[in-house]
Design a protein around this ligand. Structure first.
Ligand code: SF4
Length: 287
């Protein structure tokens, strides 16, 4: 699907979190509206693809609005948002919950880059970078610099050990490239968490979690049942994902499957396995 790209100034960029994201961070931040990866594997079950306020009727993956003044808005607002956050706890930013900071268009528009540079001047207490793309490695120097001023955690999603799952599109970034990215970021000194989110059918789970243990500091396992912020996975059940998963492996749409994967992961990464939203919040991580 072709992606229609537009450039749109925004009035604000730091959003106070609500709902299940409140557990994870005080604020979320989207450098873009929409996501170029919406037609890729992760887009099939994407939690926001049916959010009419966001899509305004456009198919998910067909549009990307570039928030051209994002860094300026961050700098204007950061101290007020910091004061607000500190009344309750940490000033923490989750980037991003409804787009990917490293869409291919980032190479041209550099919105995420400008935001990271603005954060280096006025850092939050904690920054969680959430991505499905190996392109995050292009900013590893910036992230390392920021990590010297605040706690940076990179969440790299790898939902399965397979690039080709029958009935589903390929991922935006191959499994091999994402593992290589995880290793490169960790070698640079960054804390890397693999988010198996949403947990998809895995061919060789034992080898998969062993590979994660070799490439990252921790893993989060997030099954759409109990993990998508709705009761019984209702939000994901509106998408084509559960049916496709069941066709590949009927067991994969059950909580018993998730629990089996958690047990296996714990064998390879004892003390470093998070589950669902508490996992995203890093509750299992040592300081
Ligand atoms: S990268 Fe994230 S926001 Fe974009 S389609 Fe995938 S899951 Fe959705």
């Amino acid at each position: 699907m072709a992606v229609e790209v537009s450039q749109t100034p925004v009035r604000s960029i730091l959003t106070r979190t609500s709902g299940f994201l409140r557990t994870v961070a005080s604020h979320s931040l989207q450098p873009y509206r929409g996501c170029s990866y919406g037609s890729a594997l992760c887009g099939v079950g994407c939690y926001v693809r049916h959010n009419g306020l966001l899509t305004r009727g456009r198919p998910w993956g067909s549009f990307l609005e570039v928030r051209v003044n994002a860094a300026q808005r961050y700098s204007e607002r950061v101290e007020a948002e910091r004061r607000w956050a500190h009344r309750q706890g940490l000033f923490s930013i989750f980037m991003s919950s409804s787009t990917d900071p490293f869409v291919p268009q980032e190479r041209k528009f550099r919105i995420t880059q400008s935001l990271l540079e603005a954060m280096a001047d006025a850092p939050p207490d904690e920054l969680i970078v959430q991505t499905h793309s190996h392109l995050v490695t292009e900013y590893s120097d910036l992230l390392v610099e920021l990590d010297s001023r605040c706690a940076v955690r990179v969440h790299l999603s790898i939902e399965s050990d397979r690039d080709k799952l029958p009935g589903l599109p390929p991922p935006a970034s191959t499994v091999a490239r994402r593992f290589a990215a995880a290793a490169a970021l960790r070698d640079a000194g960054l804390r890397v968490v693999i988010t198996v989110a949403p947990l998809l059918p895995i061919d060789e789970p034992d080898a998969f979690f062993a590979r994660i243990a070799d490439h990252a500091d921790a893993v989060v396992i997030d099954h759409f049942i109990g993990g998508d912020g709705s009761t019984g996975g209702a939000r994901t059940n509106r998408t084509a994902l559960p049916r496709a998963m069941a066709a590949i492996d009927p067991a994969s749409v059950t909580i018993a499957y998730r629990d089996r994967m958690i047990d296996l992961a714990r064998r390879h990464l004892p003390g470093h396995v998070g589950v669902n939203i508490d996992g995203f919040a890093g509750r299992f991580l040592s300081p």
